[in-house]
Design a protein around this ligand. Structure first.
Ligand SMILES: NC(=O)c1ccc[n+]([C@@H]2O[C@H](COP(=O)([O-])OP(=O)(O)OC[C@H]3O[C@@H](n4cnc5c(N)ncnc54)[C@H](OP(=O)(O)O)[C@@H]3O)[C@@H](O)[C@H]2O)c1
Length: 309
């Protein structure tokens, strides 16, 4: 008999759990927040735009009037904001069951820089989450079975018409020369996976009772594609999957029981663009341990924070 696909009704009670979701003001993060709230979790939502945060909170409460949600301020493209967020959080909270590193930007038409001068996609999608996770490590270590889940993309690998092999450009991480917005996005999403696998190895080496997992949402219609041109807007309407489907991989990576760590979930239909979430393969580059170690060391230097395992 064929197995039923994994969907939101597979998620058990999340009562008693404290969960941080970045990027919950729209798209996949907002949908994941609604579901996890309905399952009983306490949510901490770090947002860069307070008005959007209030709007998101309203939507979450419309779905679940008993939602327990704390809005906080965080701009992932500014290391000072991340440090301030972590400092405020550590004063108030003593545990963290799930950190969902989901926020992201894609394909800004011009090269933009973060507050500290790093290419904006690499800074927001990778460096910001790298620093955030490092600063929240005391809470992760203090919480049995804690989980760090990071949102990658199918575009971390050569597929979907990309005519280049995504790589980590150590010689020019910020694309000072020859800016290519698609290569910069692919680099950041490959970095998300290298980070996840290395974090999971380091948890195990240090005997920390936590795991790191990853997901990708296939092609889901959200605000992410706002800079991606007219054709993409049409594709969003006729082809992309809806956000309730797009949120499933990260929810599975966050809530499925008995994971060992380093699992990667994504849709399996239409070249991984659509469908229910299953375990999927990531690229050879993402599994390259040397690359992961090198990225880890460079990232620690760039964010000026050494992880204390
Ligand atoms: N949608 C897809 O097809 C697709 C495919 C592959 C991967 N992904 C990944 O899925 C994740 C979620 O994207 P989405 O599709 O849900 O897009 P979205 O609707 O645009 O949501 C992105 C979220 O990230 C937040 N964000 C962006 N920059 C930030 C910053 N500097 N500091 C704090 N928050 C910031 C946004 O906040 P504001 O509301 O303030 O802008 C928003 O809440 C991203 O990592 C993306 O790369 C999506």
């Amino acid at each position: 008999m064929e197995q039923k696909p994994w969907a939101a009704n597979n998620i058990g009670s999340q009562k008693g759990k404290t969960i941080i979701i970045t990027g919950a003001t729209s798209g996949i993060g907002l949908e994941a927040a609604k579901i996890l709230s309905q399952k009983g979790a306490k949510l901490i939502l770090p947002v860069r735009n307070p008005a959007k945060g209030t709007e998101a909170l309203k939507e979450i409460k419309q779905r679940d009037k008993n939602a327990d949600v704390e809005l906080m301020t965080l701009n992932l493209a500014d290391f000072e904001s991340i440090k301030q967020f972590a400092e405020n959080l550590l004063v108030k909270h003593s545990k963290l069951d799930m950190l969902i590193n989901n926020a992201g930007i894609m394909w800004p038409p011009q090269r933009e820089l973060s507050k500290q001068g790093h290419e904006l996609q690499f800074a927001t999608n990778h460096l910001g989450h790298f620093l955030l996770t490092g600063l929240l490590l005391p809470l992760i270590k203090a919480t049995p079975n804690s989980r760090v889940i990071t949102q990658s993309s199918v575009l971390h690998k050569k597929t979907q018409g990309q005519n280049f092999d995504p790589s980590i450009q150590f010689h020019d991480l910020s694309f000072c020369k020859n800016y290519d917005t698609k290569k910069a996005y692919a680099q950041s999403k490959l970095a998300n996976l290298l980070f996840t696998y290395e974090l999971d190895r380091r948890f195990k080496l240090a005997n920390i009772n936590a795991i790191a997992t990853a997901a990708h949402p296939g092609y889901t219609a959200t605000n992410l594609q706002k800079d991606a041109g007219f054709m993409m807007k049409i594709m969003n309407v006729i082809f992309a999957q809806k956000v309730d489907m797009g949120a499933l991989p990260i929810l599975r990576a966050g809530t499925e029981l008995n994971l060992q760590g380093a699992e990667f979930f994504g849709p399996t239909k239409m070249n991984e663009l659509k469908g229910y979430p299953e375990r999927v393969q990531s690229s050879d580059a993402s599994n390259n341990r040397k690359l992961a170690e090198q990225l880890w060391e460079v990232s620690e230097k760039l964010v000026n924070h050494k992880y204390q395992f």
